[in-house]
Design a protein around this ligand. Structure first.
Ligand SMILES: NC(=O)c1ccc[n+]([C@@H]2O[C@H](COP(=O)([O-])OP(=O)(O)OC[C@H]3O[C@@H](n4cnc5c(N)ncnc54)[C@H](OP(=O)(O)O)[C@@H]3O)[C@@H](O)[C@H]2O)c1
Length: 323
């Protein structure tokens, strides 16, 4: 039985980690809940208290991970971190258990969980990579409000309520514009090239997780007025000739994927699930053998964060590295 802590336990990802640990019957002896300040059943985070645990999940943002994780790792504690702080470090694996479990080595103690949009994208791309190789990926994302944490979700709900009652909408604070009845084509700050922080993370982390450092990835990340679950429209160029039928066969047997041969799938339908849904797989033109288009969707609080984090712990346990 494990002593497990969650830093950021009052947030939308932290709460989901606690739920997923219970749902998946992870053998937890003690569950410590930590946040920036103490309240009912939740302690203020301190380095001394975190040292009492075998495994610490971080869902408290960059500052918390930067402040507490390095000393824990040094101490031999297993750290599974949802922030972006350590994801691109060459000496740490960035793992989706269905995609690149082999990247975990016995000496690893620090396991960043990739960007939620990148996890959903790579889950959908891995079967294509395995079937026909990948040369380039272009993606437009449709990202939900809870991707910006509890504050983002609350801001959407407050805007929706105000509009319904004919009241003035509250000024946006988490988002750059009011999100209710709107879409916002900026997530994170733009760099000199014009890409946003979220778009850079999707590109960099996708290359790392797929083990394709030369893969061309171009993303446009957009916030949409959906509560939970991200969707993505994806254009891929494969390295070898293939067909919709061959890709469909690859998706149908890929772990962690629900393949919809017909019809569509929407974020509301996938909210609360742990799998990545793939639909609308088609050739770009009737004679295309290397250019394909698809739609994918997944619950970013679960597969894009909490479930993937808990699956990493399960992978470590299955290998006999933890517990
Ligand atoms: N939301 C998503 O879909 C998603 C997906 C993938 C990854 N992530 C990442 O997961 C992390 C958590 O995101 P979230 O969406 O769950 O945010 P959230 O709903 O805003 O929750 C943040 C949590 O972190 C705690 N916290 C903040 N500063 C802290 C500090 N210095 N020390 C200890 N705890 C601290 C907060 O505690 P208080 O309540 O005391 O303030 C709260 O429990 C972020 O790094 C985010 O980028 C989020």
């Amino acid at each position: 039985m494990l002593k497990v802590a969650i830093v950021g336990a009052t947030g939308v990802v932290g709460e989901t980690i606690a739920r997923v640990l219970e749902e998946r019957n992870v053998p937890v002896a003690t569950l410590g809940r930590f946040a920036s300040r103490a309240r009912d059943g939740v302690e203020a985070t301190t380095p001394e208290r975190l040292r009492d645990f075998d495994v610490v999940f971080f869902a408290g943002g960059e500052d918390a991970s930067e402040t507490y994780a390095p000393a824990l790792v040094e101490n031999g504690t297993f750290v599974i971190d949802n922030s972006s702080t350590f994801r691109m470090r060459a000496d740490v694996p960035l793992v989706i258990p269905e995609v690149n479990p082999g990247d975990v080595s016995p000496e690893h103690r620090l396991f960043p969980v990739a960007n939620c949009t990148a996890i959903i994208l790579c889950s959908a791309l891995a079967p294509i990579r395995d079937a026909a190789g990948l040369k380039s990926v272009r993606v437009a994302t449709y990202q939900s409000a809870s991707g910006a944490g509890r504050a983002g979700l609350d801001e959407l709900l407050a805007g929706e309520r105000a509009i319904a009652r004919g009241e003035n909408e509250p000024s946006p604070a988490t988002f750059l514009r009011p999100l209710a009845r709107n879409v916002i084509p900026q997530i994170g700050s733009f760099d000199d090239s014009g890409y946003s922080g979220e778009e850079r993370k999707v590109a960099d982390e996708t290359r790392k997780m797929l083990g394709l450092p030369e893969l061309f990835v171009s993303a446009t990340a957009v916030r949409v007025p959906v509560r939970t679950a991200h969707s993505e429209a994806v254009w891929v160029e494969t390295a070898r000739d293939t067909s919709v039928e061959a890709l469909a066969a690859a998706f149908a047997q890929a772990p962690g994927i629900i393949y919809h041969a017909d019809g569509i799938v929407t974020p509301r339908e996938v909210e609360g699930t742990d799998l990545v849904h793939v639909a609308r797989v088609r050739a770009e033109r009737p004679d295309s053998r290397r250019h394909f288009v698809l739609w994918c969707a997944g619950d970013q609080l679960r597969k894009g964060a909490a479930t993937n984090a808990v699956q990493i712990l399960e992978l470590l346990m299955a290998r006999g590295l933890v517990g």
